[in-house]
Design a protein. Structure first.
Length: 163
């Protein structure tokens, strides 16, 4: 009887061969993603909330509020400053008196937004809720895209974007 010799086949399943090719690509993807996140600058930048508003633990501790947005309204004649109450006890009188009213400073020109507040109203302060203060954009001091410093007494929150 003639015996036919069959050459030996690779007995490893095909998926293992594909996995050997895929692993270096996955490792490269993970390495590049990690490098990109680091490169974007999540080191050395202040923490911020949605909208790019920087956080200030000092302002939160002293006044019980966290700023969430700064918007121009009414053909850019009004400034809407939004804040979330973190501590209702500390935020009870926030914005109702000159010493607790945020002063807005245009970083590019140094112009001040008048402390005369249009949106002054009495309200019951509740933690977690968002409130607002309205200002006049006197002389067009602020423009969309510019940066503002919010000053509260001796506390300053810099680089707040105007939306």
């Amino acid at each position: 009887m003639d015996e036919t010799v069959v050459p030996a086949r690779n007995t490893a399943p095909r998926w293992m061969h594909n996995l050997k090719l895929l692993l270096p690509a996955v490792a490269l993807f993970v390495a590049l993603t990690g490098w990109s996140v680091w490169r974007l600058g999540f080191r050395d930048r202040p923490a911020s909330v949605a909208g790019g508003v920087p956080l200030s633990s000092e302002i939160e501790e002293q006044f019980g509020v966290r700023f969430t947005g700064l918007h121009l309204l009414g053909r850019d004649g009004l400034v809407d400053l939004r804040y979330r109450v973190i501590d209702a006890g500390k935020a009870k009188n926030f914005g109702h008196y000159t010493e607790t009213s945020p002063l807005l400073i245009a970083e590019d020109s140094g112009k001040l937004i008048e402390v005369t507040i249009l949106g002054l109203h009495n309200h019951r302060v509740e933690a977690g809720r968002i409130y607002y203060i309205m200002y006049r954009n006197t002389g067009g001091a602020l423009r969309k895209g510019s940066l503002v410093t919010i000053q509260l007494g001796d506390q300053r929150l810099e680089h707040v974007p105007v939306q």
